[in-house]
Design a protein around this ligand. Sequence first.
Ligand SMILES: *Cc1c(COP(=O)(O)O)cnc(C)c1O
Length: 378
Amino acid sequence: MQFIDLKTQYQRIKPGVLSGINNVLEHGQYILGPEIAELEKKLAEFCGVRHCLSCSSGTDALLLSMMAYGVGPGDAVLTTPFSFFATAETIALLGAVPVFSDVDINTFNIDPDKLNETIENFVSGKHHVLKENPGLKLKGIIPVDLFGLPADYSRINKIAEKHGLFVLEDAAQSFGAECQGKKAGSFGDIAAASFFPAKPLGCYGDGGAVFTNDDTVFEKLVSLRVHGQGVDRYQNIHLGINGRMDTIQAAVLLEKLKIFPEEVQLRQTAANYYSEKLREFVALQHIPEDSLSVWAQYTLLSDNRVLLSEQLKKRDIPTAVYYPIPLHLQKAFEYLGYKAGALPVSEELALKVISLPMSPYIKKEEQKEVINTILEIM
Ligand SMILES: *Cc1c(COP(=O)(O)O)cnc(C)c1O
């Protein structure tokens, strides 16, 4: 059994993908070819957002977004400690300071009540990161839509507005998800998506996108993506990066986008089946009624994760742990001075989470085997 079955999908879309790639090879516009503009238009439409800027990865999408908001030294950016490293890494790469705020034990996403507490603690001058960095100013919030479930933006956006902070939605795992009838990518002031192969919508290499309704921010993003260029190529008005998506990856994504809505449905069906059979026996990520996860990961909590993964592995069932170390306890962030116990919910989740095989093409028989093995072990 595969953890994520990308091969079945490839067999399904093979002729379209090959002809899409072949078109790029024939027209020869490998950089910012016509497929890029076509993809950006389709992705923006899909999310119901005015602008989409394709880019080289989800990490660069985060980086470009924060550069567009002028994040740099002297700034602090709030985020969740229970995420992929890139979420906080990009804050620090820009010379700003990541300030972690704990997650909700049920949704695994940043907890708005705790976010209020963290901000209170910060603006009253009591937060420990201020000792090393006096004068630090809060600039924005990066909520992460973990495992494909949108964070609680109706509350987060109000908190952000009250304190004059931007909201950057880390939608790396949630492209295709929904909340209150709106699509992931549309919930903050700006959003970053990833098309890494294993994400719900993935290309055949690295890729990402930034979404925004703000014309001025978009104009700056266009410049930042190509070394901060001005109206002509050898005039530079900002410090930017080389952050373009390859035309070949855009051709792949255009083909995959055609079947993506159906794949989101298939993911939903597979997740519902797991939940129906497991709900009574194990703790699962809670999906609020107004939300639709895209199930980048199907994750449960176990007090004996090692035993569970070993037993599953014996039956050729792969599992994965996202994420075993919360960001505030990563060696690279030691300098921030967080201690074990500082963010207890993230630390507990890091010890208990385990993700099961999930893809639109997982077979019911495979799911049955996973479910039966789990129930037997328990
Ligand atoms: C995958 C991921 C990223 C980074 O995306 P890449 O395309 O791999 O650079 C950022 N944030 C989260 C939450 C992710 O899961």
